[in-house]
Design a protein around this ligand. Sequence first.
Ligand SMILES: C[S@@+](CC[C@H](N)C(=O)[O-])C[C@H]1O[C@@H](n2cnc3c(N)ncnc32)[C@H](O)[C@@H]1O
Ligand SMILES: [Zn+2]
Length: 256
Amino acid sequence: MTYACPYCGTALGNHGEDNGDALVCPSCDRVYTDRGGFYDFLGDDAPQNRGVVSLFDAVSRIYETPLWYPLGMRLATGGRSSAGELVERVANRVADEDADTVVDIATGTGLFARRLARDATVYGVDASAEMLRRCVRNARREGVRLELARADAGALPYADDTFDVAACTGALHLLPDPSEALNEAGRVVRPDGALVVTTVVDEGFFGSRTARRTARLYGMRVFSEEEVDALLGSAGFERIETERESSLVTLVARRR
Ligand SMILES: C[S@@+](CC[C@H](N)C(=O)[O-])C[C@H]1O[C@@H](n2cnc3c(N)ncnc32)[C@H](O)[C@@H]1O
Ligand SMILES: [Zn+2]
């Protein structure tokens, strides 16, 4: 699989030594450099939710420690599932799809992507350079191969109908335009492929208005189940499975 220019959609070849390890778009001449383990499709273009992305740049080091992700899981699920259990649940569901290729949208430090890479070739994409740096290090330490890119979830650097499965865990509620991101997921997943999402809905902990208002201060939205279905539907997906623990919903949708 080759990358595609997120600005004009043209397939990108690797231009090798002349440009270091950069990818060059033959149509619009944009150059995407390899930043030591990930191609950078954003460069100096800040994502619309730059505040949120800067927050993840800042917490990348502690993201997988008990100070961050496990704490978030405790809040969202009311202590019903650990991070490790959620990773296994998502990985088992993706494995059921017999996927050869998976794109992990907003892959972060690769917590899910590293596990998914046991069963498929995994492409991870995120807007935060620091989360990706940590992801590169984590993957190397564990001897896992991931194909990583820095890009906005609303403009993915892949061609149409490329992947068997798209995963998007813990991120849809943080994106500036979830509808645009799901449209992009729908574009890069092949027809009849699957989308696996974990996100937060207005039940359990985030059923309280105070919790939702506080979340909003951190750039996080809390969906209703109806909003989730409307977003999926307009991106060409149909929800086929749902598991909810307090505020955390894990859903599978099929691309029509
Ligand atoms: C809570 S983390 C989830 C990471 C990973 N999927 C996981 O479950 O551990 C949210 C991720 O979304 C990424 N993100 C936020 N806004 C983004 C955007 N506009 N485009 C791509 N990634 C974005 C952040 O950089 C961060 O790594
Ligand atoms: Zn281009």
